[in-house]
Design a protein around this ligand. Sequence first.
Ligand SMILES: [Fe+2]
Ligand SMILES: [Fe+2]
Length: 236
Amino acid sequence: MVITSDTEVRQIAIDRPTAIPLLEEFGIDYCCGGQQTLAQACAKKNLQIAPVIAALEHESHPTQTATDWQTAPLHVLAEHIVAKHHGFTRQQLVLLHALMEKVEHRHGATHPEILATGKALSALAAELTHHFICEENILFPYIAKLEQEGQAALPPMFGSVSQPIQKMMMDHDRAGDELRHIRTLTNNYQPPQEACTTFRALYRALEELEKDLHQHIHLENNILFPRALELSKARA
Ligand SMILES: [Fe+2]
Ligand SMILES: [Fe+2]
């Protein structure tokens, strides 16, 4: 694939996973906003398109990763998402909760942005916890059954797989908004000069959470869900 200004950002992330760290660096949304073209994404970030294309062409390349998620069985992709990304997020939320408690206690009075960040993080954590349960207990098993046995074998739980997928994608949009809100509150995860080690660790851990969620949502919005919808049509 040649990257041009008209290439959809999601396609770059799908075809060239090695471009993902660069997209993160440029602040380009490739998960919830993955359907925008590279030109639109650059315009939003006030980036000149030519150097962005040059950097993407130079730094990334089509890879033969261990698993090609465009062709791997869907249940394998879903298991990978749960093990890698749900697992990481759950661990990171525990760490973040402990760090946030300390930083709020020590610096909340002089840094009100920390209290606002703590509130936003609690809301995000509650939503993600519920979202993961829905995916793990309902949607992902449904997709696995659809793949293995076809539409006819499924109880008419949702009418169609598209309904729970739409609901999950709406959750992703909301999580994306909340992450942007946290990024703003934390000044792009830049701690104040006088910040202690725990304060710095908190911001670093928040940024790691954001990065992983972007990759996680990309795998669902841009690969797992479109492939499940295609399969559902083919097996109807
Ligand atoms: Fe997920
Ligand atoms: Fe999800």
